[in-house]
Design a protein around this ligand. Structure first.
Ligand code: ZN
Length: 289
């Protein structure tokens, strides 16, 4: 309990007076000693996290452009002169991988294997330059650097087909990638809602007190639970409408009103409509089978 209080009161602080604040775009937050999160403030971009150790630095997600990644590198250099040894891409979305080139000198760039494939095919399709991962895994990978022992886990399809979360048991911290949005309506364009809920249940069961989400500020365990509740309510409301034989436009109207009572203060509330469409498609298809 003492450990948890310490985390909440002492360490989850914005580094505004002691460290850099990058205009309105991103702010650096110390999640735990030596574990920093560059939190995107726009609600559109993704967070980038870095861990400094005596043997080098691990970077998780590299933001939406090389310019944004350079801000991450600047923050790293203010904390340590150790080289960046590992880069991890939590999933294939552009706001997570577009700064990979800034960390080209890293020995290894890691992703889940479906994420690696998607990064390459999407870049080819859009004729876009990318620095792809050079190490991939299917289900789980363990990474050790200095005194940090990271477990990279692919819980199955969730926010995308190839998500991973990072769990550091010794420090009771989890870096969730795109599977957790903190008070932001999530993007569901590449998602599978049922298996995302299952992934969040798995993550809730871990002994992690500090949660570094993919979007929004660092927080505690309730961040995982509130993301799960949002998806469960979306699922339940859409299935209720399907039970009542509502068509898609009717479902959008009914479910939007229900979600508004609880989530109107979340950023990007306008995404709710496309979320309802996504859920309608997923659960209609399940009824046809
Ligand atoms: Zn994403």
């Amino acid at each position: 309990m003492r450990f948890f209080n310490c985390l909440c009161v002492g360490l989850l602080v914005w580094i505004s007076s002691a460290g850099p604040v990058f205009a309105q775009e991103a702010r650096l937050m110390e999640a735990l000693p030596n574990i920093y999160c560059m939190v995107d403030s726009t609600g559109d971009g993704a967070n980038s996290t870095f861990i400094t150790t005596k043997e080098g630095v691990i970077v998780i997600d590299t933001r939406g452009s090389e310019k944004e990644a350079a801000q991450v590198l600047k923050a790293i250099r203010e904390a340590t002169q150790q080289p960046v040894v590992y880069v991890v891409n939590s999933h294939f979305h552009k706001e997570n991988i577009s700064g990979n080139g800034v960390f080209k000198s890293a020995r290894t760039i890691i992703a889940q294997q479906q994420t690696l494939a998607k990064i390459v095919t999407e870049a080819e399709r859009e004729n876009r330059k990318v620095t792809p991962p050079n190490l991939s895994f299917k289900k789980q990978l363990e990474l050790k650097l200095g005194k940090y022992h990271l477990k990279l886990v692919h819980p199955g399809p969730a926010h995308t087909d190839g998500d991973l979360y990072i769990y550091i048991p010794k420090w009771r911290i989890m870096i969730t990638g795109g599977m957790v949005f903190n008070h932001i309506i999530p993007f569901l364009g590449d998602s599978a809602i049922d298996s995302w809920i299952k992934a969040l249940v798995e993550m809730e069961d871990l002994d992690a007190e500090v949660i570094v989400p993919g979007h929004g500020p660092v927080g505690g365990k309730p961040l995982v639970t509130q993301m799960k509740h949002y998806l469960m309510e979306l699922k339940r409301f859409v299935n209720d409408a399907l039970d009542d034989r509502k068509n898609l436009p009717e479902t959008i109207e009914i479910v939007k009103v229900k979600l508004k009572t609880k989530y109107s203060d979340w950023e990007h509330f306008e995404r709710v409509e496309e979320n309802i469409v996504r859920a309608y498609v997923e659960y209609s298809a399940k009824r046809v089978r």
